[in-house]
Design a protein. Structure first.
Ligand code: T4K
Length: 379
């Protein structure tokens, strides 16, 4: 008899993620203030408070808030005046490369490491040309890149080092925020992230002079009422976003704790299943944020392919996602970008990867049921 038939599909869809919603009354208190003072955007008082609290939270001096992570990244690149070629990963959300494209920068796709899917420093070094100006690395799924090796390459070759830290909010290395690495780090506060501001983004950078530049760029280039000093755009964070971000900040430890419990349970139930692999947890010196729970399906060992499992889960109302498949270099708009490296690891991972549901409101008994469906999916 087919074992899996005995497991009932979920009545409500289980998505790969759901946003955490802070207590409504806390948000409403802030809304009353916004209603009262009628200041909705353009560096309002809530954003100013939020910015200050975020600086304290991360223990950093220089930050700038944006209406989303994509524009933050685009503007950061423009602020640093990056041109020519930038070495980057094909294993990310497509916005990473789009931000280069919008700055007329040529992406150079480079392979990743097999364990945590971040840029492989050896491959990065091999991809450097006279036109290379920067490395754009991604802490994909919140796993820190090989920070020391990348910093060493950047220093030796005089390149800028930029981190797309969209997934890495809350990650620390030896107690220091991951935001404190590189020439800047970009964080996304999109609704699907473990910590969000409805939509939102943030740049963190060590050099205070970048602040003036990015603040102009995100506000049409205005220096004051009558002076426009550069052709900027509109990428400001509004007061509703700032309020959500501010309200959420104190919940971050609690959100990470729950995700850790979910991760532990997935590992406990899935680790002995042949053909299922997952990245090792980062070493002890890293406070990980458990942003995603990616697994790799080896069809030979597991019995069905990643795509068959993905479809099977849907029958049970479970909507896992193939983050990140296809690789960015395989999207129509980037297919013509020359790729020197065969991207062997990235191609393999993209074929096998599946991100399982993980979010604050996911109950542990639901995680067990998802694991049961996976376990019996090959029967
Ligand atoms: N760099 C990296 C490495 C990134 O991952 C991202 C964004 C960026 C840059 C750009 O940052 P932003 O400009 O977005 O700030 C989602 C997110 O839209 C995207 O922000 C995120 N990465 C990417 C990894 O995931 P989709 O197309 O998978 O989202 P969607 O709408 O299919 O949502 C996934 C699931 O989440 C839904 O099935 C249900 C649930 N959901 C979603 C939303 C929007 C909710 O329950 N409520 C919601 O409001 O891209």
């Amino acid at each position: 008899m087919n074992g899996v038939k005995k497991i009932k599909p979920f009545e409500e869809p289980i998505y790969v993620t759901r946003p955490f919603m802070p207590p409504l009354d806390e948000f409403c208190q802030g809304l009353e203030e916004i209603w009262e003072n009628k200041w909705l955007t353009n560096n309002g008082p809530v954003l100013q408070r939020y910015t200050k609290e975020m600086k304290d939270f991360l223990d950093v001096e220089n930050i700038s808030m944006f209406n989303n992570g994509t524009l933050a990244l685009q503007i950061g690149l423009q602020g640093l005046e990056i041109t020519g070629e930038v070495i980057t990963t094909p294993f990310s959300f497509v916005a990473t490369t789009h931000a280069l494209h919008w700055n007329k920068i040529r992406p150079v796709f480079c392979d990743i490491e097999p364990d945590h899917y971040t840029l492989d420093p050896e491959k990065v070094e091999a991809a450097i040309t006279p036109w290379t100006t920067a490395i754009l690395a991604v802490h994909v799924f919140g796993y820190p890149c090989n920070l020391e090796a990348l910093a060493d390459i950047a220093r030796r070759h005089n390149l800028k080092l930029i981190y797309d830290a969209a997934h890495a909010f809350g990650v620390k290395i030896d107690g220091k925020s991951i935001a404190q690495y590189g020439d800047f780090s970009m964080f996304s506060f999109h609704a699907t992230k473990l910590y969000h501001s409805l939509e939102g983004g943030m740049l963190v950078f060590p050099n205070p002079s970048l602040k003036t530049e990015v603040e102009y760029l995100k506000n049409f280039g205005f220096k004051n009422e009558v002076e426009v000093v550069m052709p900027g755009t509109n990428a400001k964070m509004n007061e509703m976003q700032a309020l959500m971000g501010l309200t959420m900040l104190k919940y971050v430890p609690q959100l990470i704790k729950k995700r850790r419990a979910i991760t532990d349970l997935y590992i406990e139930h899935l680790q002995s299943i042949p053909g299922i692999h997952f990245p090792p947890l980062p070493p002890d010196k890293i406070d990980y944020n458990y942003a995603y729970f990616p697994i790799e399906i080896d069809e030979q060992g597991f019995g069905i392919s990643r795509d068959q499992l993905y479809e099977k889960l849907k029958e049970y109302n479970i909507f896992a996602r193939r983050y990140f498949y296809p690789l960015i270099c395989d999207f129509a708009c980037y297919r013509n970008v020359p790729v020197a490296d065969p991207l062997k690891t990235a191609r393999g991972v993209a074929e096998r990867i599946l991100s399982l549901p993980i979010y604050y409101d996911l109950e542990l008994h639901q995680v067990e049921r998802i694991c049961d469906v996976i376990k019996f999916s090959t029967y």
